[in-house]
Design a protein around this ligand. Structure first.
Ligand code: PMP
Length: 376
């Protein structure tokens, strides 16, 4: 199998599987308990917390563990229930739909801007990124990526970013990004599904989503998922020890760019939805469209050849609406319907690119021949 759907989820790293397997026996105790096995389990949790804090330049107390990025996003938005909430049109559904349901007209205002989009890999330019080192109490005006003036009074507004796709791929500094809240998920970096984290800057408003337990300093009720958090920690160790952002930038980018070049060269009617210019997109994501060929059909034919990719957001699979991200970017339903996302991982090799290009041109050609839209 050629797996090129790492942005949807990554296979668990062998060292994560082993650590979690060992932890099932060794750290089964309730980590909140006062007895020794409880303390030992809690030490493991704190180890993961310290690693994440180090990677994102936060204090360990500013991090809580959750069940994943969806919960982290929901938690932040529910703090601002009834308040003004502005999101970028490229957000994940767990931001967009929650914001639609809970936004109101009060202040303070929440801005939720993801740093990296999961469907096309675009690095969004948050105005705060350019404002590194600005004074917190300062009122500033800047143009957001989407053309609207973004006026942020730090006393009246807060900034959240969904960093799910960014963790381990680019270096991150929540202070430099000017963030008040940030979302993370373990399964995008070789950790387990069902474990995530939320950065909550000291002193910003907070309200727990899960109530009924004193865990995480009363910020998230529920018995600690010690085994899952240990798995997350092992995946974070790899980020630090192997400097994975550098690997993505130097090694994986080459594979992504080679696939893009060959698609454009060898497949008539192909176009790219990902900007390849360094600094504009994540190095491991390539979204491409194929005129007069439907994305879902390409995906199924590739699957039959053992090549695993996705169309738009895997989380929205089964949804026949065109991707909201591609519609926001291109405004063209045909481009959105004919798109495929290839996403690479640290295990990917040039052989994966070769295999894709062995089968993709024929598949696209066959679909184009059958299409009623036509190539002209
Ligand atoms: N946000 C983004 C940007 C994502 O890519 C995903 C996963 N596709 C999520 C949130 C949801 O993550 P989780 O599965 O951890 O809830």
């Amino acid at each position: 199998m050629i797996y090129l759907d790492y942005a949807a989820t990554t296979p668990m790293l062998p060292e994560v599987i082993k650590a979690m397997h060992d932890a099932e026996e060794k750290y089964f105790a309730n980590a909140s308990a006062l007895h020794t096995p409880g303390h030992l389990a809690m030490n493991q949790i704190e180890h993961t917390r310290n690693l994440l804090a180090k990677i994102i330049n936060a204090e360990p107390e500013e991090i809580i563990f959750t069940s994943g990025a969806t919960e982290s996003n929901n938690t932040v938005i529910r703090i601002f229930e009834g308040c003004q909430i502005e999101t970028s049109p490229l957000e994940h559904h767990s931001v967009i739909e929650t914001a639609q349901k809970y936004a109101g007209s009060k202040l303070p205002k929440l801005y939720s801007y993801m740093l990296i989009n999961n469907e096309i890999g675009e690095i969004l330019k948050m105005p705060e990124i350019d404002m590194a080192g600005f004074n917190d109490s300062e009122l500033f005006n800047a143009k957001s990526d989407w053309g609207k003036p973004l006026v942020t009074d730090r006393k009246k507004s807060y900034l959240h970013s969904d960093l799910t796709q960014a963790l381990g791929k680019i270096s991150l500094d929540v202070k430099e990004l000017g963030l008040d809240y940030a979302t993370f998920s373990a399964h995008k970096i070789g950790g387990p599904i069902g474990v995530g984290a939320l950065y909550i800057k000291k002193g910003v408003p907070f309200k727990p989503l899960m109530i009924g337990g004193n865990q995480e300093n009363k910020r998230r009720g529920g018995t600690y998922n010690t085994v899952g958090i240990i798995g997350f920690g092992v995946a974070l160790e790899k980020v630090i020890n192997e400097n994975t952002p550098r690997k993505y930038d130097e090694e994986i980018r080459k594979l992504r760019d080679e696939l893009a070049r060959r698609i454009l060269d060898e497949i008539p009617g192909s176009s790219l939805n990902t900007d390849l210019e360094p600094g504009t997109s994540l190095p491991n994501i390539l979204n491409a469209s194929f005129k007069a060929a439907e994305g879902e059909s390409i995906q199924l034919y590739l699957d039959a050849e053992g090549v695993i990719v996705s169309t738009g957001s895997a989380c929205a699979a089964g949804d026949i609406k065109p991707s909201h991200v591609l519609m926001a970017k291109t405004g063209d339903a045909e481009v959105a319907h004919s798109s495929i996302r290839f996403s690479f991982g640290l295990d990917s090799t040039i052989k994966d690119v070769d295999k894709v290009m062995e089968v993709l041109p024929g598949i696209v050609n066959r679909l184009q021949q059958m299409s009623t839209i036509g190539m002209e």
